[in-house]
Design a protein around this ligand. Structure first.
Ligand SMILES: [Zn+2]
Length: 257
């Protein structure tokens, strides 16, 4: 069985030994993981690009998270445009809208999100979208930017939200949240969405799936999320793994080993 972790964070403060993490992932069937590169401040884009460069089972993205939107200056966006054009950067993001934490004012979040949607489009690369309590504004913004290629990461919405993103052409990536109790609306959305638009992810180090809930999440655990999604779709785990892996490879443009 081959799995792809479509969204993980592997910053050294959480994972001082990335190779040990990747060895456990490989043992669990994870053939590729998409590591998210994020803006931390002027000139600081984290370690994603560097970590992925020497490891064939990793590909990297680069973007400005909505939490950091207010801190990003025009120069930072210009630097992102340059870095994201590199062939080893497979997607722009994560970017988006977070109205749950509201760590940046909403107009700043929208501005930085819109700029990255336009950048992804101009580069012909997918957009990795983070959205929390903001499905309406998110879908409207994506439509206004003519965005049609990308993924709603850690999708936790209902059928109505899923339908809007799917209609735009987006994929939905499911995290450990789908293994938690009291997520019936999300389960309904998973049953509704076509298999060829689904991905699975850990969002490590956060949101560990059951039975690891509360622990530090890591790419190896994506199998637990895949297991639950397979159950909801009424499919064998192998079939779900094969489909989501092919979907991720197609979306992010990498070749599977
Ligand atoms: Zn993330």
């Amino acid at each position: 069985m081959k799995l792809v972790d479509a969204h993980c964070h592997l910053e050294p403060r959480d994972f001082p030994d990335v190779d040990a993490v990747l060895a456990r992932a490989a043992a669990a069937g994870v053939v590729q993981a998409v590591v998210i590169g994020q803006f931390h401040g002027p000139g600081d884009w984290g370690v994603a690009l560097e970590v992925a460069r020497t490891r064939p089972s990793l590909v990297a993205t680069l973007g400005i998270h909505p939490h950091e939107a207010a801190r990003a200056r025009p120069e930072d966006l210009a630097e992102l445009a340059q870095l994201a054009a590199r062939p080893e950067v497979v997607a722009v993001g994560e970017t988006g809208l977070d109205y749950y934490y509201d760590r940046s004012p909403r107009p700043a979040q929208a501005r930085i999100f819109g700029a990255q949607a336009a950048l992804a489009k101009s580069l012909g690369k997918p957009l990795v979208v983070h959205v929390r309590d903001a499905h309406e504004d998110c879908a409207v913004l994506l439509a206004a930017e003519n965005a049609s290629q990308g993924v709603i990461h850690c999708f936790t919405g209902d059928v109505a939200a899923a339908r809007r993103y799917l209609d735009l052409g987006f994929h939905l990536s499911l995290s450990g949240v789908v293994t938690y109790k009291k997520t019936e609306a999300l389960a309904e959305a998973v049953r509704f969405a076509p298999l060829e638009r689904l991905l699975v992810e850990t969002d490590s180090p956060y949101l560990a799936p059951v039975p690891y809930r509360g622990k530090k999440n890591e790419p190896a655990y994506v199998v637990e999320t895949a297991r639950r999604v397979a159950e909801l779709k009424g499919l064998p785990l192998e079939t779900l793994a094969e489909a989501t892996t092919a979907n991720a490879a197609r979306l992010f443009g990498f070749v599977l080993p």
